[in-house]
Ligand binder design. Structure first.
Ligand code: AMP
Length: 331
């Protein structure tokens, strides 16, 4: 059976980008593959979160992903820091990651620009930790959004170097995966960047947001003064709204607004109202489930304990093999 790994950082509520880029594919894959899903709490330490917030955010991500359909009976759902072998493999893989290639990662360059006062080594080696998360289960498929493509490429480089150095064929090459033809990039509401919390609260639509906030955010999304030529190509901010519609609206609705854009009769207020309506209809059913799971202590405890036991068994086997390969052997 094919092995699949995916994770997300506990930095608040999941948004439409997380769902359509990663979780949706993962939920489908769990019916046909051996799936490991984790909450990447080590990864979130790069920004020095408040300890109580961190703990609560792990619970939030677990609740939201279970509410989205991750089934702990089918998948192994765990918290990254419950698996100390991840930290050991990260240390070992660091020996196969070159400084120059880490510095060239787009995500690192973005962080250098955004948090110039805290450019720690954890940020630089973030893709190595990610590679450890993936290859610790010898995964082949990684359901992620387009933003992670480069990190997957780096993971392949590190494990190929490892294999080559020791003349083994131990780690398989992991590939980014999406059921759609291409990896998905869900746009944010600012007209320019991808949907991401680091681009500001206003840029994202989370699953947990109330109706009023969702409507307000969408009504404020960046647009322009409207098409002046028939059949023109929409500029980025408008294209983004159509791309969001493609995720949550029916084909008829999309066709109607595309036609209105093409013949210059479009009113952006109507488009946004419809989009808000469809986003609210999409997210509302998840909210009650999230709330119930979040407050179900026994469920959260059981899922994380069982997940940790299963994930650790897989990780320990890999570390036993890796230690043997590199010559860390018992006397
Ligand atoms: P993060 O929230 O950065 O930890 O990302 C968790 C998962 O969501 C990763 O697989 C990302 O690729 C995916 N993701 C985050 N933002 C987007 C987006 N705007 N479009 C598509 N996928 C995304």
């Amino acid at each position: 059976m094919e092995i699949v790994v995916s994770g997300t950082r506990p930095t608040g509520h999941i948004h439409l980008g997380n769902y359509f880029g990663a979780v949706k594919n993962f939920v489908e894959l769990q019916h046909e593959a051996q799936c490991f899903f984790f909450v990447a709490d080590y990864h979130s330490l790069t920004t020095h979160p408040n300890p109580d917030d961190l703990h609560d955010n792990v619970r939030i991500i677990l609740s939201e992903y279970l509410a989205c359909g991750l089934d702990p009976e089918k998948s192994t759902v765990y918290v990254q820091s419950d698996i100390p072998e991840v930290a050991e493999l990260y240390l070992i893989l660091n020996m196969f990651a070159h400084k120059g290639e880490l510095e060239r990662a787009t995500t690192f360059k973005d962080k250098v620009a955004k948090q110039e006062k805290n450019i720690n080594a954890g940020l630089l080696t973030y893709p190595v930790l990610q590679a450890a998360d993936i290859v610790i289960h010898k995964a082949l498929k990684v359901p992620v959004g387009k933003d992670q493509e480069q990190h997957l490429e780096m993971a392949r480089t590190f494990v190929n170097r490892f294999n080559h150095t020791f003349g083994v064929d131990y780690f398989p090459e992991p590939q980014a995966f999406s059921y759609s033809k291409e990896l998905i990039k869900v746009p944010g509401l600012d007209g320019a960047s991808k949907m991401s919390k680091s681009a500001g609260e206003q840029n994202t639509i989370s699953f947990y947001e109330d109706e009023k906030t969702i409507r307000k955010k969408i009504m404020r999304a960046v647009t322009d003064s409207g098409p002046t030529q028939p059949n023109s190509t929409p500029p980025q901010p408008i294209e983004n709204l159509f791309n969001l519609m493609a995720l949550v609206s029916t084909d008829d609705v999309i066709a109607h607004f595309k036609q209105a854009y093409a013949d210059c009769s479009i009113r952006y207020g109507d488009l946004k109202k419809q989009l808000a309506e469809d986003v609210v209809a999409f997210t509302t059913p998840f909210k009650e489930k999230i709330e119930a799971i979040y407050h179900d202590d026994a469920l959260i405890k059981r899922v994380t304990a069982e997940g940790a036991a299963k994930a650790r068994a897989s990780a320990q086997q890999t570390l036993r093999d890796v230690r043997e390969i590199i010559g860390i052997r018992p006397f």
